[in-house]
Design a protein around this ligand. Structure first.
Ligand code: FE
Length: 192
């Protein structure tokens, strides 16, 4: 089965003014597409040819891992954004309060992890094996599912995610991320 670029869950201009259509044209239409194309080329004729994306992310290394994990991470990132963002509710909101004290403290901690990650990578809100929450950084293509963590929501902090709209100002992009973060998606991923 060929890996395929997923459709965006919204129109490329739906997140204006926080993220431009041009950002989606490049980030989704070129960067993500290239990871998918490279993955299909790299696994052809190998034991990974029939494997699921998750299986490849968990077992592969080198170029196969990098392209598979970037395909997984970006597919998850598009769903982590929404034009209709509103605060976390229910069991997830309670778990955020329990772990971080308040939504404001959580945002500060998440923004800290997203802005201080050195170089390219990802900031994630994850659920740990004991059911609690944590914020983790992963460098480059690394993905929390290889560490037994359940991703709830992610912020791509590769420069390609924000350079068109925010140039070098990653902190401004992370602020914008909170205006479009999809907490309904995070709640659906959270196991109460
Ligand atoms: Fe990206």
């Amino acid at each position: 089965m060929e890996h395929a670029l997923p459709d965006l869950p919204y129109a490329p201009n739906a997140l204006i003014p926080h993220l431009s259509a041009e950002t989606f044209e490049y980030h989704w239409g070129k960067h993500h597409r290239t990871y998918v194309d490279n993955l299909n080329k790299l696994v052809a004729g190998t034991p990974f040819a029939g494997a699921s994306l998750e299986e490849i992310v968990k077992k592969a290394s080198g170029g196969v891992f990098n392209n598979a994990a970037q395909h997984w991470n970006h597919s998850f990132y598009w769903k982590s954004l929404t034009p209709q963002s509103s605060d976390p509710t229910g069991a997830l909101a309670q778990a955020i309060d329990k772990k971080f004290g308040s939504l404001a403290s959580f945002r500060e901690a998440f923004a800290g992890k997203a802005t201080t990650l050195f170089g390219s990578g990802w900031a994630w809100l994850v659920q740990t094996a004991d059911g609690g929450l944590d914020i983790v950084q992963t460098p480059n293509a690394d993905c929390p599912i290889t560490q037994g963590l359940t991703p709830l929501v992610t912020c791509d902090v590769w420069e390609h995610a924000y350079y068109i709209d925010y140039r070098n100002a990653r902190a401004k992009y992370v602020e914008a991320f909170f205006k479009v973060a999809n907490w309904r998606f995070a709640e659906a991923n959270f196991k109460a």
